[in-house]
Write a protein that binds this ligand. Structure first.
Ligand code: ARG
Length: 595
């Protein structure tokens, strides 16, 4: 009689890979053992749970027939592999179809059923710095900042969940001539900074931009005033510094308020703006000169790259630094002082060239090298634009940029309307809740709608902002995923039990499919984080919600009469609910108990 398998972890595909590798070595020798078993979930449950495709590539290197290779490996399967599987079948040119024993799936699920839900924990051996938000002082936040903020937050949360050390770095535009122009313009207009709003600052910023245009009559005076202001700021003139701090505060008050509404972890402790690096800019340029990597070009300092036309300007001919200089200093700081193994820059795709140049310059000067460790990696996560229905960058009817605050207000209002309307039905789970309670759920739904829509697409792609589609309770949307969690919570509440600790019974195809998908949570999260791709997590969530719904349709949970089956199914419900809500929380999306 076959002994049941004993699993060390709930990662079944990892266990299968290890066992297949040892079968390959037994059958074909150690050299072949380096081959990838090429294990993946089966395309259709008819063929089993997994398919291993190693035979085709191996046969080619060994000069043998792939079916024979597959046969030899299956014949050499170690007992532990046979204990895990119901069948290993060879199909077509040499695919190996693997069907697990129900008891293996049940055992793995029982291992997964812990507070960590089977997610691997790196014990903080790796460090990531996430460059996110990056708003400019005195400028209104718009939809681009929505993306820089929520993509960055999700990447940070995924790594936190996997046990990385995470530094959120809000690279604010809070230094330099544009800020000085705005400050000078505010002072000329006599604006009282203690009562100014971000709109007031934004207006001054615009005015400063127009006054600074070469054809503007006040150009010379405005520019002289701005330079004077910058000089005072750099010389720590108390009044100028106080005004500068005041405009930062007005800006950040609104930034943090939007972050709160969005469920994003972002506070003053994450601000590492351009001004933070102001005393390191000279040394940065000097380092490039000393390394022989920068050259003078009409008084300015530039870095050239082999085989690239475009040089990187790191100092203007008047001796002042630029956006790139700050980014060079910031990259060095993140690697050397924060100890980042990886820096992920969540910034608009239009800055692609900028980051390519900065990253190459940092590598050339050797700041990515670390003693006894692999080079630190700098990665741009370039995101696409948010478009209006006309497929052009989102604008208001009057042609203005859509502010983030107005977008959030619209999503919240819409979510509330939706939730209030649904609560009218007498059998709605939300029937009878107070108006405040419905408002809170509605806000959560509205915000989930826009966040999920943003995060579920390929980050680099543009998308159309369509609130009707985003807020639908059907399809691949945030509210659909939230609703799945609420629905399961309702089932568990009705049962008055959650099946925890009950023996799991994997009897039907739907239980098997749900179990296998649940077991993929840890590895999916790891892959999504490694690819810096929140959309992979979203795809997992959507599939889990769908797989759960098929399970619930096919397998009576509350109506069944067999108490063991009922307890097992309740436990599957409970596990599904916890995984869904954990995955949503990594996008900063909460799961209301009723919807
Ligand atoms: N403030 C910049 C902008 O609005 C974004 C900053 C992005 N981060 C960076 N390290 N450059 O374009």
């Amino acid at each position: 009689m076959a002994t049941p398998a004993t699993l060390a972890t709930c990662d079944l595909s990892h266990t299968l890979e290890t066992l297949l590798r040892s079968a390959i070595i037994t059958a074909l020798g150690t050299a072949a053992g380096a081959a990838d078993p090429q294990l993946k979930p089966s395309a259709s449950p008819k063929f089993g749970d997994f398919q291993a495709n190693f035979a085709m590539a191996l046969a080619k290197t060994l000069g043998r027939n792939p079916r024979e290779v597959a046969q030899a490996v299956v014949a050499a399967a170690p007992p532990a592999l046979m204990d895990l599987c119901e069948s290993l079948e060879i199909a077509g040119p040499g695919f190996v179809n693997i069907r697990l024993k129900p008891s293996s799936i049940a055992q793995a699920l029982a291992l997964m059923d812990s507070p960590g839900l089977g997610v691997p924990d790196s014990q903080q051996t790796q460090t990531i710095a996430v460059d996110l938000c990056g708003v400019n002082v005195a400028k209104q936040m718009h939809v681009g900042h929505l993306r820089a903020t929520i993509i960055g937050d999700t990447i940070a949360r995924m790594h936190e969940r996997l046990g990385w050390r995470v530094f959120r770095q809000n690279h604010l535009g809070d230094w330099g001539l544009p800020i000085a122009m705005t400050l000078a313009s505010l002072r000329r207009a006599g604006v009282d900074l203690s009562r100014a709003t971000l709109d007031d600052l934004n207006a001054a910023y615009r005015r400063a931009q127009t006054e600074g245009l070469p054809e503007a009559p006040e150009h010379d005076a405005a520019l002289a005033d701005a330079h004077d202001t910058l000089r005072k700021l750099q010389a720590h003139d108390p009044d100028t510094v106080a005004q500068w701090q005041a405009i930062i505060e007005v800006t950040m008050r609104e930034v943090f308020s939007s972050a709160r509404t969005l469920g994003v972890i972002l506070g003053p402790e994450h601000s590492r703006g351009e001004s933070f690096f102001r005393d390191r800019l000279g040394a940065t340029a000097d380092a490039f000169v000393a390394a022989g990597l920068a050259e003078r070009d009409a008084g300015a300092l530039i870095v050239r790259f082999p085989g690239r036309e475009r040089p990187l300007l790191i100092q203007k001919s008047d001796g002042t630094s630029l956006y790139a200089t700050t980014d060079l200093a910031a990259a060095r700081y993140r690697i050397e002082e924060l100890g980042a193994d990886l820096v992920a820059y969540c910034v608009d795709a239009r800055q692609r060239d900028h980051f390519k140049d900065v990253f190459d310059a940092v590598a050339m000067i050797g700041w990515t090298r670390r003693a006894g460790k692999p080079d630190a990696r700098l990665v741009h996560v370039p995101f696409g634009a948010v478009l209006g229905e006309d497929k052009r960058p989102l604008k208001t009817r009057s042609g203005e940029n859509v502010t983030l605050a107005s977008l959030l207000a619209e999503a919240t209002a819409r979510g509330r309307r939706e939730v209030h309307a649904r609560a009218q039905a007498p059998d709605a789970p939300t029937a009878g809740l107070s108006s405040d309670e419905l408002d809170a759920i509605g806000q959560s739904v509205g915000i989930a709608a826009i966040k999920y829509a943003d995060l579920s697409g390929d980050v680099g792609r543009d998308y159309v902002f369509d609130l009707d589609r985003m807020i639908s309770f059907e399809g691949d949307t945030g509210p659909y995923a939230q609703y799945a969690v609420a629905r399961i919570a309702g089932i568990l509440a009705k049962a008055g039990a959650n099946g925890r600790g009950a023996p799991l019974i994997i009897a039907t195809d739907e239980e098997r499919a749900l179990g296998l998908h649940l077991l993929r949570y840890g590895s999916t999260l790891k892959a999504a984080a490694a690819a810096l791709a929140p959309n992979r997590l979203a795809a997992y969530i959507y599939e889990l919600a769908n797989t759960f719904n098929s399970f619930y349709q096919a397998c009576p949970v509350l109506k069944g009469s067999d108490p063991d089956l009922r307890a097992s199914r309740l436990r599957l419900c409970d596990l599904s609910r916890r995984v869904l809500s954990d995955a949503l929380s990594l996008m900063g999306i909460d799961s209301p108990a009723r919807m």
